[in-house]
Design a protein around this ligand. Structure first.
Ligand SMILES: [Zn+2]
Length: 296
């Protein structure tokens, strides 16, 4: 029996191998989904580094070859046959299921189905259909209006007093009095100069540090790192969405973590620096500690 299995793999072994191959391929394809946005930002922000996108194209090519290889093709055919012969109609692909359910409801169905996935917290509120990404020429108006409507403050920031004024400012300063100061670095993309948020660096209210430096305090360092993570995974997020996120920190030192119910984390004694958007009738930002966060 043993001798037999060492020469020709049993059907069970082949099946296990094929399941493993397809799982690996699925994971690779999931990673691939990040490439288009990564390409866009690296091309628009850093033309000289365009060569850095070559590995991404190489990965695309390799995965294409993987898919065409005969072991994967055999595994896919077997999976297809298995699905055809399966009378249970249990769909093991939740992603496809959700996409189908999210189609706009027909007029005859007044109660749209809200899938469970839509209720999971996410990094940003779903963009309201009528909100356009902010463009360069709208920025000054947006800042003025923001300051009229809010207690927190948004300013176009010049690094030095003699830095000339420009139509395309690259730095803004957001202030929640006595809580946090955030320097927002922005860039511009496309013909209308759509604003891209490149970086957000958090500092203590009275900390006198240049925007490109790092705060001396752990909580603000953690906050800056959290911003970097969010912007890295959502490189094309609108300026308005970034502002919505920033405004959610007004009670940074008061808000309790929805994960553990504490203000200060057990480890490190840091307030909840993570914010995840929870959909609902109103929708709200939920504070979490770094250690209590779920995947974003
Ligand atoms: Zn917590």
């Amino acid at each position: 029996m043993q001798a037999e299995s060492s020469t020709a793999p049993s059907d069970l072994q082949t099946l296990q191998r094929q399941i493993q191959d397809l799982t690996e391929l699925y994971n690779k394809l999931q990673n691939l989904r990040q490439i288009p946005s990564a390409l866009l930002t690296s091309i628009s922000n850093d033309m000289p580094f365009i060569g850095q996108t070559r590995p991404e194209f190489q990965r695309l090519k390799e995965i294409g070859e993987d898919i065409r290889s005969s072991p994967i093709q055999e595994a896919l055919l077997r999976a297809q046959d298995s699905l055809k012969n399966d009378g249970t109609e249990i769909n093991s692909n939740p992603r496809r299921e959700n996409r189908r359910r999210r189609r706009p409801p027909s007029p005859a169905s007044p109660q749209p189905y809200i899938s469970k996935a839509a209720l999971e917290p996410r990094a940003f509120p779903p963009a309201a259909g009528n909100v356009q990404a902010l463009s360069a020429e709208e920025l000054i108006g947006y800042v003025k209006e923001y300051n009229l409507e809010n207690k927190t403050k948004l300013q176009i920031w010049r690094r030095t007093a003699d830095e000339p004024k420009t139509d395309l400012p690259s730095l803004l300063r957001f202030t929640i009095p006595d809580v946090v100061t955030v320097y927002i670095s922005i860039g511009y993309h496309g013909g209308h100069g759509t604003i891209l948020v490149e970086n957000m660096a958090a500092f203590a209210p009275r900390e006198k540090k240049a925007p490109h430096l790092q705060s001396e305090y752990t909580v603000y360092q953690n906050l800056s790192q959290q911003f970097a993570r969010v912007l890295h995974s959502h490189p094309n997020i609108s300026f308005q969405s970034a502002m919505s996120l920033l405004c959610s920190y007004e009670l940074l030192f008061v808000d309790q973590c929805v994960g553990c119910g504490r203000v200060l984390s057990v480890e490190g004694h840091v307030p909840p620096v993570v914010r995840l958007w929870k959909d609902g009738e109103e929708g709200r930002w939920e504070p979490r500690h770094l250690t209590c966060r779920r995947d974003q």
